[in-house]
Write a protein that binds this ligand. Sequence first.
Ligand code: ADP
Ligand code: MG
Length: 667
Amino acid sequence: MGIVTVQDLLNFFPRALESTESASSAMQLVLGEKNTLEGTLQSFTKERTRAGKYIGKGVMVLDDGTTVEVVWFQIPYSLKKVVLPKRLFLIGKVERNYGKLKIINPEVHLDSNVHVGGLRPVYPESAPINSKWLREKISGMLTLTQEFKDPLPPEILKAENLMDLPSAIKKIHFPKSTEEWFEAKRRLGFQEIFEIQVRVLQAKFYREKVHQNPYQVGFDPAIIKQDLAKLPFTLTNHQKKALLDVLEDFKKDRPMHRLLQGDVGSGKTIVAFLAALHMVRAGFQTAILAPTEILAQQHYAGLLEFVKRVMPEQIESESTLIATEATEQCALLTGSVTAKNKKIIKDKLRQGQLPFLVGTHAILTEDTVFKNLALAVVDEQHRFGVRQRALLAENNAHVLAMTATPIPRSLALTIYGDQDLSIIGEKPAGRKEIITRIVADSKTETMCYRFIEDQIEKGRQIFWVCPLVDESDSIEAKNVLAEFVRINEQLFPQRRVEYLHGKMKPKEKDAIMQRFKAHEFDILVSTSVIEVGVDIPNSTVMVIENSERFGLAQLHQFRGRIGRNDYQSYCFLMVGDKKDKSKARLQAMERSNDGFYLSEIDLKLRGSGEVYGLKQSGLPDLKCADFTNVEAMQSAREWATKILEKDLTLESYPRLKRRIESETVYF
Ligand code: ADP
Ligand code: MG
């Protein structure tokens, strides 16, 4: 269970509290629920069942004379030597059966102890370690918490009205009241967030101290206006604001580290292109990185079109340098570029002749050297490793990261705490909402298939997503294949169906996507590999199998693959497990097309552990932090800023310093 030291044990927190306030009269009983009975065990007998097992039967009498029948299918050890009649406690579900009160398989406690009489902690269990065992061990060691040195400075405790560390640990295990328990959690949760904030902000402040901005560039609003006028659409206000944030950052004397967060289809790419254009005009190089080949190609195609529009003079001749992979201005560098072409591109980069580079992380190798890389745009940043981002930072380049994961702001501040945040919270005008329907019975299913047939007849295309039952690749492939056979042979035998899964080679995946884009087939069955960014404007239907298995944010991302055109688009949420209780979540999908709203719901219904993107974010396990408490999140960040501004190396906060450097040590 990851518990090695005594300290680990004391930091293993309960997942819930249970009341064991004892009842000694019928009036106090809650029938059908777990009760703690205090009374006298009058009789106890062992009986042999027909199956040859021993069961125990007894009668307990409460103080008001009420009798309760007791049955044990496994006779508790503590009853073996008990002398009757004996006053004791029983904990178990009490039911009325043919007019008699009955308690089955209750826990037995001969005296009051840590398990009875008040609130008791319930821990995450892992056989044979159970809550009873943990309660006994932890209660015996609680006094050791006095040794714990509180990393939170006293001024914070006072101002935020938080209890000290030893009290918090004691009370999270054995509180006197639920209020006390919540107060202990609030304190420990504050600490978790505060420590993360100190870590990320310290890194940020160090970086800002060390790194100069060699690419300090101002801007002329008139020129920006001219560029904007050349676009085929008007930017939304949020896009304009995001672009302005970036341009302002370019003027500062520190390299930019900005995260552009915006729902799928909110138009992040154009903001990145405009920022890149600005740097190129100033005479510097830019790179746009995508997590997959398909996305890199899409960005490259988009960039070419963009450059043609805004700098036609530069690209007029369109002297294609290396087949389709580069022009004089722009190059595409991915794993599948031939070695010869890679070399040509890299030579040009080194000499500073290529202002725009688009590529996958494959380009982030040591021999990719830029003459003057001023801006790196990182699309879907969570798909990149820390090492790759570090490589970019070495260049002192401005970094503009983009993510379509619309996590709640309180979480964003924590996960992406070392970056500044720009949010595109609105979509370009005129977009149609995607109509979403839950398909949970066979009648609706039939209608849904007929509807899809109709859409294909109209010339539209269909995405069909199957979940990963298991993380392992072979099973992933098998699911998709099975679904493919079902769809191709049973459901739509007249239609052209293809499939895609993560086990396929990048080249194969690309080929399929390209053919789908060219409308060479009608239905694409795939796993979540199509999750990110791929643009197939002609597709209007998204079918998601076993949709109950996905979080809302992820469903929303799938849905974002469609609705990128003027046609009305539709999303069908197939429910595999009909008993599943995720209906409320799926209904939120029917109701809303707003990713931020949906991620808030996910946070409320499933907790932060399930919020999409959090697991990949590399955050430590947060046990007490409550991300729905935005104020606490914010004030933890403010305190961290305040303390670091005063004392960046934390010399005057030795306890906090140790904690930040060694993570788990409290003394
Ligand atoms: P995402 O934020 O998901 O990366 P994209 O940048 O791919 O979204 O933009 C989605 C589509 O919207 C693209 O086809 C883009 O050209 C278009 N687009 C972007 N901004 C606007 C706008 N202001 N008005 C109309 N269409 C826009
Ligand atoms: Mg995108």
